[in-house]
Design a protein around this ligand. Structure first.
Ligand code: NAD
Ligand code: UDP
Length: 354
């Protein structure tokens, strides 16, 4: 039996048709797979700006799966009936959205509007992948959904944070004015197989560096915290939200909080690495702590995470260990706290702290 039994209403004789924007990315590809596994029909729309077709290898020949290589800000959907839209398209890693600031704002604004229009015109369910970044550098801890956040609207992270805050606002406006069946999910840091080794996020960077026995690059003194959710848990939460009529916003994340330093130690130990640690300045506006309150997810979606960090990291490390070429290249690029000329990382991060 599928891990994701369906509760979306099935129209007589046809599979439920879900449009997944950003479906070739890390989370999107896992979501497409979960939906196909339970018998839905999926159209994935992705411009491959940070996604990869190889994430969808297992689905490309499936009769119920369609990939459309298009930008969601301009894509004109064919007339086929749509039952649900999952809007995940957006750069998500800080180096990616620093590299593509205007694109990130556009996909969060116009992209969200177009996906809302699509859902609304079919009377379809719509969920949007929002983020813990809407809380900014939070003054309330852990973060509950009724906290409005502490966000710098003009800092380097604002292109992402404000795009997502707008995505939430326009979703609520559709819900209020047109009655669109909207669901807002605030995703906290999620990790797992299919992330890109060179995406610059902390889990991927530390794993690539540890597997390569290169220095682990900690930004700041490593005392900042994050709460890491394994991808399978996150996808269960997204599917539950897709199937519900909850508007949210609802946090989905693992509340087990840890410092970036302790994550580095754990990754080194689990991968049997001889890596040492090198410290770099903390990027501007880097949130000092982050941990979801997940009472709403439990109450409304019966959702809690099941995979602890030890198990999740082991699975992720094993996956990256099977891709030594990608890992080696990524780790070399990450050394010195830099990811290449085009990356914003070298613009935001200086040389190692003395
Ligand atoms: P990702 O970069 O792997 O995936 C994003 C996908 O969107 C990519 O396939 C990319 O090519 C596609 N895309 C971007 N702009 C597009 C456009 N204009 N048109 C069509 N496709 C476009 O990132 P991810 O980690 O899978 O994140 C997926 C979603 O979840 C994002 O909206 C992100 O903001 C949100 N999110 C993720 C996390 C996390 O920890 N992974 C945390 C909070 C929120
Ligand atoms: N980080 C780090 N070294 C790295 C990459 C990230 O110390 O090589 C830190 C980063 O400064 C932040 C935390 O790890 O404090 C999480 O960073 P990530 O980019 O994964 O996600 P976000 O900041 O968006 O939560």
């Amino acid at each position: 039996m599928s891990r994701f039994p369906r509760t979306l209403p099935r129209r007589r004789g046809t599979a439920v048709h879900v449009v997944v924007s950003g479906g070739a990315g890390f989370l999107g590809s896992h979501l497409c797979e979960a939906l196909i596994a339970r018998g839905d029909s999926v159209t994935c729309v992705d411009n491959l700006s940070t996604g990869r077709l190889e994430n969808l290898t297992a689905l490309l020949d499936h009769p119920d799966f369609t990939i459309v290589e298009e930008d969601v800000t301009t894509w004109v959907a064919p007339s086929r009936h749509v039952d649900a839209v999952a809007h995940l398209a957006s750069a998500a890693s800080p180096p990616d959205y620093h590299r593509m600031p205007l694109e990130t704002l556009l996909v969060g604004s116009r992209g969200t509007e177009r996906m809302l229009e699509l859902a609304d015109s079919h009377g379809a369910r719509f969920i949007v992948a929002s983020t813990s970044e809407v809380y900014g550098d939070p003054h309330v801890h852990p973060q509950r959904e009724d906290y409005w956040g502490h966000v710098n609207p003009v800092g380097p992270r604002s292109v992402y944070d404000e795009a997502k805050r707008y995505a939430e606002a326009v979703s609520m406006a559709y819900s209020r004015t047109r009655g669109t069946n909207v669901g807002i999910v605030r995703i906290f840091n999620t990790y797992g197989p299919r992330m890109r080794a060179n995406d610059g996020r902390v889990v991927t960077s530390f794993i690539a560096q540890a597997l390569n026995d290169d220095a682990i690059t900690i930004y700041g003194d490593g005392s900042q915290t994050r709460s890491f959710c394994y991808v399978d848990d996150l996808i269960r939460g997204l599917v539950a939200m897709l199937d519900s009529r909850e508007t949210g916003p609802i946090n989905i994340g693992n509340p087990a909080e840890r410092t970036v330093s302790s994550l580095a130690e754990l990754v080194i130990a689990l991968s049997g690495s001889s890596s040492e640690i090198e410290y770099f300045p903390l990027p501007q506006d880097d949130p000092t702590r982050r941990r979801p309150n997940i009472e709403l997810a439990f109450r409304h979606l019966s959702w809690t995470p099941r995979v602890n960090i030890l198990e999740g990291l082991k699975r992720t490390i094993d996956w990256f260990a099977s891709r030594p070429g990608e890992v080696h290249e990524a780790s070399s690029a990450l050394q010195g706290g830099q990811m290449g000329d085009e990356s914003s990382v070298d613009r935001h991060f200086a040389k190692p702290a003395a």
